[in-house]
Design a protein around this ligand. Structure first.
Ligand SMILES: CC(C)(COP(=O)(O)OP(=O)(O)OC[C@H]1O[C@@H](n2cnc3c(N)ncnc32)[C@H](O)[C@@H]1OP(=O)(O)O)[C@@H](O)C(=O)NCCC(=O)NCCSC(=O)C[C@](C)(O)C(=O)O
Ligand SMILES: [Mg+2]
Length: 340
């Protein structure tokens, strides 16, 4: 495989295959979510690890996933479960499994190990197409090695941010699973008063703006992925009830270059699909720029703004993403004025 297939993956929807109620919902979700991910790692009770693995084997065998991809998140490489996770899943449902997500990746050696093991198991099981690998960025060492991790194997499909483990490993002082923090802010300067500076804002209030705790991490992850032609994703937004904060965090990641995010609860799926599909008005504008730029060289004025070779490239990113999403979604195709 020379190029990682680019398929829509706006929402990577997590489910617990050992939870009968959740598992029962999966067949009906197939075809409506870009990625369905059977989670075996954190959030699955230790006593349920085997039930989750076997539950995923059953779901994998019995479900017609339609246009959805099937991914899994296996247990960590230093856990007692991962060897059985990989062995059982590849030999039983390897032909259905698109991507294996590996948690707590520290460096190239972790991906080498998974790559070799997958190759051995695929050969043993007669799986005809390579199963791809996705790493979660959730340790400081993984972060320091992110460029190397992205380029270490032709199986590397992408990287997601793991904000909870990463925060703990870095000793950040947030206890939230992703999202911002009200204490991480900047404050405007104090106003000058006759007797000095009004540092307490008693006469002139000092405005504050919350900043994005994850900006550096996501931006660096996006660069590392782009450099190696693989795909970056935001991760979980743990405050399920805060749909507004969730949408904002997802959109920041979309604007910075991420192609998708995780969804932990059904109500986050619609948010992810909306945010990671470009807005129809942005696609419309991008199409007008492409049209106006003719052979793609030189500079033109459109609505009072300069457009040139570089802005044309920005617009092509938007148009190509819209085309890809329109292909499988008649509603989006209509909104974008494209062929479905
Ligand atoms: C948050 C929880 C406990 C709330 O679960 P709940 O049952 O309390 O929620 P609910 O609102 O009452 O659920 C409504 C209905 O939706 C169902 N439901 C609920 N969730 C799902 C789902 N995902 N997929 C399919 N169905 C779902 C649920 O079964 C229920 O069905 P019902 O109407 O028939 O009673 C639950 O949604 C859940 O367990 N979600 C997945 C959590 C998960 O996978 N966490 C791990 C990823 S984040 C992580 O690991 C960190 C990271 C990256 O590693 C790092 O930053 O370090
Ligand atoms: Mg984690």
């Amino acid at each position: 495989m020379r190029e990682i297939p680019s398929r829509p993956s706006r929402a990577i929807h997590f489910f617990d295959p050992s939870n009968a109620k959740m598992a029962a919902k999966v067949p009906a979700m197939a075809g409506t979510v870009d990625v369905l991910l059977g989670n075996l790692e954190d959030a699955i009770k230790a006593d349920n690890k085997e039930a989750a693995r076997e539950g995923l084997v059953t779901i994998g065998r019995e479900t017609d996933f339609g246009t959805s991809q099937l991914w899994t998140r296996v247990n960590a490489l230093d856990s007692p479960w991962v060897l059985d996770d990989l062995t059982r899943l590849v030999t039983e449902i390897g032909d259905k499994l698109d991507v294996v997500m590996v948690p707590k990746v520290q460096g190239a050696e972790d991906i080498h190990y998974v790559d070799r093991l997958l190759a051995q198991l695929e050969a043993k099981a007669g799986v005809q197409r390579p199963i791809l690998v996705h790493a979660i960025l959730e340790t400081a060492r993984g972060m320091a090695n992110v460029e190397e991790i992205c380029g270490v194997s032709p199986r590397m499909q992408g990287i997601s941010l793991g904000p909870a483990d990463l925060a703990a490993d870095r000793r950040m002082k947030t206890t939230r699973v992703g999202g911002g923090h009200p204490g991480y802010l900047v404050r405007s300067d104090a106003a000058k008063t006759d007797d000095g500076y009004d540092v307490h804002g008693e006469q002139t209030p000092r405005s504050t703006y919350q900043q994005d705790l994850w900006h550096y991490t996501i931006a660096r992850m996006v660069d590392a992925c782009a450099m190696h032609g693989i795909f970056p994703y935001y991760g979980p937004y743990g405050d399920i009830t805060d749909v507004v904060g969730c949408e904002d965090q997802f959109r920041n990641a979309f604007l910075l270059g991420c192609v998708g995010t995780w969804t932990l609860h059904p109500k986050q799926i619609e948010i992810a699909k909306r945010v990671f599909s470009p807005a129809p008005e942005d696609v419309e504008h991008a199409k007008r720029v492409v049209e106006a730029m003719g052979d793609g060289t030189g500079a033109v004025m459109l609505d009072g703004k300069m457009e040139d070779d570089a802005s044309l490239k920005q617009c092509l990113v938007m148009v190509r993403l819209a085309e890809q999403l329109a292909e499988g979604d008649p509603e989006l195709a209509a909104a974008y004025g494209m062929k479905g």
